[in-house]
Ligand binder design. Structure first.
Ligand SMILES: O=C(O)C(=O)C[C@]1(C(=O)O)C=C[C@@H](O)C=C1
Length: 261
């Protein structure tokens, strides 16, 4: 099987490494394509070339995936795949541009350096080629999470947009503290702030531009900042109910002040 990977950034490189196929990389930055090809043992392809492949995988930023699918779909003989991270527009573009080919959208739910991990998978039109690709990903330790484009994109509002907004807000707002003052809760957030801010700024910007979620975090933070003690207690109980069920934190007999029981 030969696969053209359009986009030779970290996701394209991850995909080329994670599958078992002859791969070629095309990118606006030909040096990036050459680096990815060298890293995974593939070739460099022209971005606007005529050559066709069994599979074309779009590994471009989510803001460009629609256009990239429209431009590259004709080079896919059997299957078209994307790893852009947004599924509804990607699937719609694939249905338009490749109605008679296999179509799968994949979103690795991890940064490439933490591979393997869970991969959200929408099999919009499955068949032998994409079944093989997915079987190899599973054999190599990835967990395939079968979903729909709508379910995925809605989940990303919380899992990515709101989560990143919360962590980045903390990363911006936190003052440095002298060594030794760290609490277990603070250390958890500190670790997340370090992890999130070690990524690629544009990826995080694209996620915020694509998925709602940040406003809900901003609204909740404003409510907390403006709350008096009674309001804060109510907000705390609401949060506890969301995460532990209706009675948690609301029953005085079990009110541990946050200590484990
Ligand atoms: O750093 C990680 O491991 C991540 O999970 C990165 C992360 C995320 O934070 O949501 C960022 C972008 C990708 O689309 C997937 C995952």
């Amino acid at each position: 099987m030969d696969v053209l990977i359009v986009g030779a950034g970290s996701m394209g490189t991850w995909f080329g490494d994670a599958i078992d196929a002859r791969v070629a990389f095309a990118d606006v930055d030909r040096d990036a394509a050459a680096a990815a090809a060298e890293r995974v043992g593939g070739e460099v392809a022209d971005l606007e070339g005529e050559r066709t492949y069994d599979v074309v995988c779009l590994a471009v930023p989510m803001t460009h995936v629609r256009d990239a699918i429209a431009a590259q779909a004709d080079r896919a003989e059997r299957a078209i795949v994307d790893v852009s991270g947004v599924m509804e527009p990607a699937i719609a573009a694939m249905e338009r541009a490749a109605p008679d080919r296999e179509r799968v959208s994949l979103h690795p739910l991890f940064a490439p350096e933490r591979a393997p991990g869970s991969i959200a998978v929408v099999r919009d039109r499955s068949g032998p080629v994409t079944d093989d690709l997915l079987a190899v990903l599973a054999d190599r330790g990835n967990e395939l999470l079968e979903t729909t484009a709508t379910e995925h994109d809605e989940a990303m509002e919380t899992v990515q947009a709101a989560t990143h907004a919360a962590v980045l807000s903390f990363a911006l707002a936190a003052e440095s503290v002298p060594d030794g003052f760290e609490t277990p809760i603070y250390e958890g957030l500190e670790r997340l702030a370090e992890q999130v801010t070690a990524g690629t700024p544009r990826v995080y910007a694209d996620i915020q531009a694509t998925f709602d979620g940040a406003d809900a975090v901003a609204d909740a933070a404003s409510e907390i900042a403006a709350a008096d003690a009674d309001d804060l207690e109510a907000l705390y109980r609401e949060a506890a109910a969301n995460w532990h069920g209706e009675t948690a934190g609301g029953d005085e007999r079990h009110d541990t002040g946050g200590e484990p029981t």
